[in-house]
Write a protein that binds this ligand. Structure first.
Ligand SMILES: [Zn+2]
Length: 81
């Protein structure tokens, strides 16, 4: 248990208290709910998966372009000889 400074009245408030006993403002430590943090984490993981899929698509597109370019160049090469 520690004392923190209230944002509203700048008096000493216990971090265990949900709200400031002096002015009634919500205490910082009580605001973030663990369930919200979990959903945020899940959303972050989903966003990471989406970006990974995007980079996979980019890599596939890039390799397709490279193979197309290689076949084009090799065709030119065979025509010359
Ligand atoms: Zn206060």
């Amino acid at each position: 248990m520690a004392l923190i400074t209230c944002k509203e009245c700048e008096k000493q408030v216990s971090d265990q208290a949900a709200s400031c006993p002096h002015c009634g403002a919500p205490v910082k430590a009580a605001t973030p709910a663990p369930q919200q943090q979990q959903t945020n984490y899940q959303q972050q993981a989903a966003a990471q998966q989406k970006s990974q899929q995007k980079s996979m698509m980019k890599t596939m597109l890039f390799s397709t372009l490279i193979s197309a370019a290689v076949s084009f160049v090799s065709r030119l090469f065979y025509r010359r000889w």
